[in-house]
Every structure is written in C-alpha cells, then in structure tokens.
Design a protein. Sequence first.
Length: 191
Amino acid sequence: MSSARPRVFVMLGPAGSGKSTVAKLVARRYSALYLDKDRVSGPFVRLVLELNGEDAHSRESNDFYMQHVMTTEYKTVFDVCADNLHLGASVVIDAPFAAYTRDPDFLTESARRAGWPDAEVIVIHVRTSEHVVHERVIARRSVRDAWKLDHWQRFWSRFGTMECAWTGVRHVEVLNDGAEPDLSALVAVAG
C-alpha cells in the first residue's frame, strides 16, 4: 500500500451533468474507491420515504426527505469515506451536495465529524450547459427525474447554476458538454 496521503475527490453538479461518468473516470485514473450516495443509502432512503407515506423517488421536492433523511444519508457517506481513508485508500464521492454548497464550512466540518484522517480534498465541479443537461435527463428516463422535467426552470435555476462556497479545499472545474469530459484542469492539479 502506498504511504502517500490519500485523496478525496468530491463531485458537484446537477442531475444529468455527467457527474457520475466523470466520477468513475476519476476513480479509475487515480485508483480511488467510488462511493455513490444513492448506492450506499438509496434502498434505505426509499424504504423510509415509503414507510412515512412519501413518494419513494422524490428528493429535491420532498420536505420530509430534506428535513429528516438527507442529513443522515450524507453522514453515512462521510463515515464510509472515513473508513476507507483510514485504510489508506483514496475515495471519490458521487453525490449532488446541492443543499450544502452555500455553507463555507460544510465539507471540512463534515469530514472532521466523520473522523477523516489527513487527506488531500479536491472538489470537482462538473460544468455542463443547460440544453445538454436537459437532453440527458430526458434520455435517461428515470422516475426520479419526473419532478425535474415538470419544473425545469425551477430545477435549473436552483441546481444548474449552483456555486460552491466551501473553503479549505481545492476546487477544479471539469467541462462536460461533449462526448468526453475535459479532465485537463484536474490533471493539472492532481497529476
């Protein structure tokens, strides 16, 4: 195992931006573990929503999810990341983080609470134009995208133009409008 300091690559971008595609490319390139928030906790979240009489596929438009479930869902991802960092593994976290990007201390405080060891943290902003995101969301035909498509302008104004105020970490933009994402800015920072 390498004695090098592990890295955490935190993905940001709206649904349909290609965030997961970029996350998997980054995981391959940097031999990092891949943690997708929806894979880690999705079945439990759906069950909790159903048991509380909520739409099992609703997130952004669901007050119950936002107030009672989301915090625990993200805490779980940070805890699983911590376990892997302590083993010396680098990690890619694939999650929207939309509700948390305005809080400058969210990432560093969440990492501290989860007990992350010293790690290099790189936040990757996946940037994709509105029309490309819209086409991708339509094409993937996910039941979770119904609200987004029915309220497109509201969705895009809230999530598509999102900026991140997190401090204490490095930020890199990856452009993803074409067939392949442009990782050159990340390579310049992370090697």
